[in-house]
Write a new protein. Structure first.
Length: 113
């Protein structure tokens, strides 16, 4: 399957809680979001654009999906992945990025020491 044209890619917006970075997380969360973006820009890059934001509003979900700046429901995102990308399951994508984020948090915390 060919790569999806950039403006048609699924944008995955992940909101990261500062607490995952430890006691100094509030001061480091913006830097971590930049770090995560840099280290995941090629992760599923044919199909996904990754965005990271500090989770400052507890009412917002941890993850949102967009195509062409239009917000999608989970069901719409799942359907979009099946039709327009090589990714079969949204849950698999979410599991993979969560594992990647755990790895990135560990790397970032090691660098911040």
């Amino acid at each position: 399957m060919q790569a999806v044209v950039n403006h048609n890619k699924l944008t995955v917006c992940l909101r990261i809680e500062s607490g995952c970075l430890g006691k100094h997380g509030a001061a480091q969360i913006k830097d971590f979001c930049l770090f995560a973006a840099k280290h995941t820009q090629h992760y599923y890059s044919n199909d996904i654009i990754w965005q990271y934001q500090p989770k400052e509003d507890k009412l917002l979900p941890e993850i949102d999906f967009y195509v062409k700046n239009k917000r999608l429901t989970r069901q719409q995102a799942q359907q979009y992945l099946k039709v327009a990308t090589s990714i079969e399951a949204l849950t698999q994508l979410e599991d993979n990025i969560q594992l990647k984020l755990i790895e990135l948090v560990e790397q970032f915390r090691a660098l911040a020491r």
